[in-house]
Design a binder for this molecule. Sequence first.
Ligand code: ADP
Ligand code: ASP
Ligand code: MG
Length: 462
Amino acid sequence: MKFGGTSVGDEECIARVVSIIEQYRKEGNEIAVVVSAMSGVTDQLHAIAAEVESSKDTPPIEAFITSIRAKHESVLKAVAPDEAETVMVEIDKRLSNLRNILTAIHNLRELTPRSKDYIISFGERLSAQILSAALRQAGIKSQPLNGCQAGIVTNERHGCAQVLPESEPKIKSRVIPLMHDGVPVVMGYMGCTGDGIVTTLGRSGSDYSAAIVGAGIDADEIWIWTDVDGIMTSDPRIINDARVIPEISYLEAMELSYFGAEVLHPRTIEPAMQKGIPVRVKNTFNPSAKGSCVLAQAHRDSRVVKAITFIDKVSLVNLAGAQMFGRPGVARAIFTSLAESGVNVMMISQGSSEANISLIVDDDHLNAAVTAMNKVQLGGYIREVTFDKEVCVVAVVGVGMAGAPGIAGRIFTALGKAEVNVMMISQGSSEANVSFVVAHEDGRKALRVLHDEFRLSEDLSE
Ligand code: ADP
Ligand code: ASP
Ligand code: MG
């Protein structure tokens, strides 16, 4: 069971989490827990790391430590009064490490990816101490484990590290023994390299930690507890009548998470899918709701489209030039150069004239992408490199689209009627996803129009 940031946001939330764990243990389940930082804490850690690196004046390190300490202390005292004093000693040791490293970074004005990962993992270090103490207070044997102690070994890609296969036996031997008579609490979001250097798994990475731990212990199910009733037909903050999807396939859930559905980190599904472990998404604040279940073969209803998602922090890069026409090696030059610059390409489309290639990249990778393409331009392959930051990607997802004729027609007719201009289209060969690019200001409208077109707010389960 993984509990997200809002699920452990304050003392009431933590009490709710403890009672959920108690209830499922009483029903005879053995449970390992993965926990996120309390909501907002990871953002604050990112902000202070950036500030100490760049600030010319004395940065507010002491004020930051004091406020983070106060926040955690007050929750700890409320949920684990008996142990608050001893656990605060542990927390103070960690805060003292944090203070030292922030001060060192300020002195050097240098924040390396390594030191940044160490800093931003602190939210989970603190929340896991608190949740574990709260479980002990409720009479459940529990101990917190950092990512390294839990056996999560990653590569060295700081900031978005990938878990290595050698983790599996380690997780098994370290986590399972603690589950028989208690509940281990694993700090999400972090792992370590083979040399024991702390790494993080990317924003929202605790979902990925949960899947890795779940697969590592051969769990019967992986449960992601969050603040909505399950995986929904669209982002409920944008589409107010979005509906919970009771069952969804691994492939669909993967497509949804790649294309912006924040409810699952994009890497969550793969470890579960490899072992055929169902992933359930449930609401900590409404535990009796059934939630969503992600499995190999989901129940199909008459709807071919399951959900519509949206990513807005992306940019479009256009490469043009007649020189690209019929010339072998152009794609190789372009994609090798992008890969060497560490650019993640989210979508690709090539016009049939071959004189135009469009790419979608993360906003964070835009500068690197344009620099890389300017180099390829010097090699004579491309005449012009242009880009547009004011775009977003909308993805229509559903395995039922494979082999169902006319879906693309419906999508683009509905958008045309609503006067939404489509700038680029891409369909994966899995046919579980049709994604396209529109101007930033049209993104929400496109979501609304397609949610209505495919009647996603209607309950057709009967
Ligand atoms: P947690 O802190 O539990 O990891 P997140 O904030 O990362 O929670 O993810 C849950 C949020 O994802 C929801 O509150 C919801 O606003 C958002 N969200 C976006 N798209 C979807 C979707 N298709 N289904 C459910 N939630 C979604
Ligand atoms: N605390 C981390 C974040 O905010 C990881 C997570 O919550 O999943 O990104
Ligand atoms: Mg999340």
